[in-house]
Write a protein that binds this ligand. Structure first.
Ligand SMILES: Cc1cc2nc3c(=O)[nH]c(=O)nc-3n(C[C@H](O)[C@H](O)[C@H](O)COP(=O)(O)O)c2cc1C
Length: 258
């Protein structure tokens, strides 16, 4: 299988950098082809901007989706975006590796999504969700958090971190990916050095080993359920008998709080 690892961290020696390298090493040892996209190292321009589109459909007013589609249809997307799209289309499994920053992904990864998940290239109005261009591919988030695991749980002070990841999971689902349950490593504080014997390093090394062992058997990792095409009515609303998989899409307007 072809594996694409996208790393969003400014420091190669970070724990996130170590997780990305360990995953790449493991997949290579299994005989898979691996590409690593280190967004900071590649100085990926994370801001979607008119300057990326020298040939415009409408030079008077910059509309992102219009220009993405116009460029995609003319094989004229920016070279950095085209490369990322080619890598995504090449991959059978995509792993996004990043630290939780302000209850979300680092800006460089959000900008990567804004630019690379381009209208006309990776989705259109008729090619999304179960008809998405990334159908048949799997994707997974690997996330680190500074807060301890208890604080990242459903009743923790940081908020339910798994829920916080829902918009990213849904974006991947939108493109057609089968989305695997994320890897979340909490309590990642301070530096990381593979040589020091400090308790934090021992904890992180154990987490790293467990993470790689989990990745080694992707088939054993759960798939995140989403509503299917049959669950929506003509107004794209949830049918009364459809199952609810997340508080983000539910029957009652009220949040069911206990
Ligand atoms: C800008 C910024 C925002 C952060 N926001 C959060 C947060 O919302 N929740 C959390 O648990 N940790 C947060 N942290 C801590 C990081 O998640 C933590 O430092 C990182 O996961 C450690 O991995 P690393 O050693 O690879 O950087 C934040 C750190 C930074 C720099």
């Amino acid at each position: 299988m072809n594996v694409l690892i996208v790393l969003a961290h400014p420091e190669p020696q970070s724990f996130n950098g170590a997780l990305a390298r360990a995953a790449a090493k493991m997949f290579l040892s299994q005989g898979h082809a691996v590409r690593v996209c280190d967004l900071y190292a590649e100085k990926f321009a994370a801001d979607e901007h008119a300057r990326h589109f020298p040939q415009r459909k409408n030079p008077a007013r910059f509309d992102v989706q219009t220009e993405q589609r116009f460029s995609a249809e003319r094989e004229a997307l920016p070279a950095d975006v085209r490369q990322q799209i080619d890598d995504l289309l090449w991959a059978d499994f995509v792993l996004l590796q990043f630290p939780l920053w302000w209850f979300g992904m680092p800006a460089i990864l959000k900008g990567w999504m804004d630019r690379v998940f381009a209208y006309g290239a990776l989705y259109t109005g008729s090619r999304r969700f179960h008809l998405g261009m990334c159908r048949g591919k799997r994707a997974m988030l690997s996330v680190t958090a500074g807060s301890p695991a208890q604080a990242c749980a459903h009743d923790g002070q940081e908020g339910d971190t798994r829920l916080i990841l829902w918009p990213i999971h849904y974006a991947l689902h939108y493109l057609g990916f089968t989305v695997l349950e994320p890897g979340l490593i909490a309590g990642v504080r301070g530096g990381y050095s593979e040589s020091e014997g400090a308790a934090q390093d021992r904890y992180l090394n154990a987490q790293l080993q467990a993470h790689v062992a989990r990745l080694a058997d992707l088939a054993a990792i759960g798939v995140i359920p989403f509503n299917t095409a049959d669950d929506w009515d003509e107004q794209r609303k949830l049918r009364p008998n459809a199952r609810v998989h997340s508080p983000f899409i539910r029957h009652s307007e009220n949040l069911q709080l206990d």
